[in-house]
Design a binder for this molecule. Sequence first.
Ligand code: NAI
Ligand code: MG
Length: 498
Amino acid sequence: MTDRLSPTLDPFQLAEELSGKHLIGGNLVLSASGRTFDVTNPATGKVIGQAAYGEAADVDAAVAAAKAAQAEWAGLSARQRGKLVAECATLLTQHAEELGRLVALETGKALRTESRVEAGVLADAFVFYGGLGSELKGESVPHSPDMMTVTLREPIGVVGAIIPWNVPMMLMALKIAPALVAGNAVVVKTAEEAPFACLRTCQIMNQVLPPGVFNILSGYGPECGAPLVAHPDVGKITFTGSVETGRIIYQTAAHKLIPVTLELGGKSPMIVMGDADLDRAVAGAVAGMRFTRQGQSCTAASRMYVHEDVHDAFVERLKAKVDAMTIGDPLDEATDIGAIISPQQFERVQGYLRIGQETPGMKMLRCASMPAGTELADGLFVQPVICTDVPADSPLGREEIFGPVTCVFKFREFEDAMAAANDSEYGLAASIWTRDLSTAMQAGKRLEAGFVQVNQNIVVLPGLSYGGTKHSGIGREASLEAMLDHFTHKKTLIINMT
Ligand code: NAI
Ligand code: MG
């Protein structure tokens, strides 16, 4: 291998260097049209660079490059593909600080609490899947003594991945790592708000992967995402984002009769029983609500059901804990909470807060202090809000806000908490906090969600099967089954021995 890229710790410089480019067939290239669009720093509102404006012609070029590279890639042994993917992990670890700073700049997520963490775990997905090449095995089927019958796992071909802006590198890794190890080539479309950290990740990985195996485009959903989904040579779509966009993608995929994986929204309940360790539950509420990510998480614990005996103490301690957090410049090491990603999302959150203010009886506790200083005056900062006395039918308690706003409800009976928790169109994550084993186990079985935890609220990690029920999505990610079931076809091969 010739000269390897070296880390660039100045994210402003890196954003400029990566401006205006897709990565297709191993090369950084301009859009076919030459067009670009601005990418801004949510903490200041200032433009930090331009993203290439991807359209159908760019999709065609990227899919063609992927298609051309895929057969040879699939021709490598599974172990060899895994080895190359694991080698990417080593390089990404060397670039972790650089990637953390870049994703902090473009997303507004605080470096210390979120962005550096994301960059740190990014490599882990490639380590995990890199070791799973040998698991791409089939079965032997004892259907007849005269026949040798086996099943084979074969790659789908070209996989299209469409990703959001909240944890862009990590969510991308959970899609492309299993797809690549399974022998597919991939074309990723990044979120318009956050193209650079993913593009840099792709550039780093292209030092190891054969050209065309991993391509990346930036662009808007309808202009660049839709033609990728519709492209006749794309055999699978994996998507994380809104329910609304998930439905559009599923419709196109239905027309093409191709499989999809959809990771959509959530309104995840957290149930705190009267016997819970309250300090632990409060810490879990802060972590679970992802206040350090401005609440921009599909698993955010945005509905908290707290037993009436401990409700007031819980709210008081939660407020005190969030009050102690620092809202500020994402690149400042002192900052806990950064900025909301875009003016659209900012306005969406404000809309919910207005509804809350107009709801009779509802209380809204605003926590922590807004950042000072003129530098951040145009930043998209929102104080975390804890809502209490929320009517059961309030949109704040039922809809995904994707901002730092949580609703705390009071309950008396366990059955009422179960019923309220399951009364949702979503089913992504849930948690229960109790010292009682029987309560914990009952809740674990009965909560309608794909990812249920007892006395903790951790984020998804490689190896843990992750995905939603109901409107939260279709399919599972992050696990072995994600690679086998979602990125391969199963072929039955019957050999007549007579
Ligand atoms: P979105 O679902 O519109 O965007 C996600 C990705 O889909 C982006 O890359 C976007 O360009 C792409 N996209 C949009 N329209 C498309 C189309 N017609 N065809 C193909 N691709 C398309 O989400 P958005 O607008 O960023 O956020 C809206 C809401 O979605 C948020 O408030 C939140 O509730 C939810 N969301 C959920 C996420 C999750 O992690 N499950 C992540 C981001 C947003
Ligand atoms: Mg959208």
